[in-house]
Design a protein around this ligand. Structure first.
Ligand code: MG
Ligand code: ZN
Length: 216
């Protein structure tokens, strides 16, 4: 739900970027690395975060997650069930997290207890692009099951994120999607300046490459 009164949107975005800078400083003061995972519902954001967190914990890295959802505790519960300490962040109506919601979540989290905070944004490929949260990296996760036109349809989110992840490579054939079309669209859009990483969270393929891209 966006505010569309004339002039107001600019103020909202300006205020957001001010709070995002405060969040960024807060993370830095506590030497915490933070990542914002954006992407549609069903792209596999929750599963990817769980997988990355498992690998981090195996290396002795202290990690927690913020579960951003409009309502409910589904992702929060999945995180907790996997052994990943999580904090639930419901937006109420909004279809994206904003810096202020993250600031409020950070009030609940003792950042001295963590090295890495993984944030799952609300499932949506449109407006999260406009609302940086103050993280080190912004990542967009898509999956082969969404079709081969995601990059062509959603320029902004791919331009506003540092890397893209193409999940569910293991079923690309089954859903009749050619991943190379997506990769070519992405490279054309970003002028080859950014990278798209193919992976299968379910098969644990390509995750290590994503983690090194994110310096984890
Ligand atoms: Mg999810
Ligand atoms: Zn929104």
């Amino acid at each position: 739900m966006h505010i569309v009164q004339p002039g107001m949107e600019i103020d909202v975005l300006k205020e957001n970027s001010k709070v995002a800078q405060q969040n960024f400083r807060n993370f830095k003061e506590h030497k915490v690395k933070s990542i914002d995972f954006m992407g549609s519902i069903g792209a596999g954001k929750t599963a990817l975060i769980i997988k990355i967190a498992e690998k981090l914990r195996a290396k002795g890295v202290r990690v927690c997650a913020i579960a951003g959802d409009v309502t409910g505790v589904d992702d929060y519960s999945r995180f907790e069930k996997s052994g990943l300490k999580a904090f639930n962040c419901n937006t109420g109506h909004e279809c994206h997290l904003d810096a202020n919601l993250v600031r409020k979540s950070l009030n609940e989290i003792d950042l001295d207890d963590y090295d890495v905070v993984l944030i799952e944004n609300v499932g949506n490929l449109v407006c999260p692009a406009d609302f940086p949260l103050g993280t080190d990296y912004r990542v967009v996760v898509i999956s082969t099951t969404e079709g081969d036109d995601m990059v062509r349809k959603h320029h902004d989110i791919f331009l506003h994120s540092d890397i893209a992840i193409l999940n569910k490579m293991d079923i690309a054939d089954a859903v009749g999607v050619d991943p190379e079309v997506i990769v070519q669209d992405y490279n054309r859009l970003t002028g080859g300046l950014k990278s798209i990483y193919k992976c299968s969270v379910r098969k644990d393929e390509g995750i290590d490459e994503i983690m090194s891209a994110l310096k984890l």
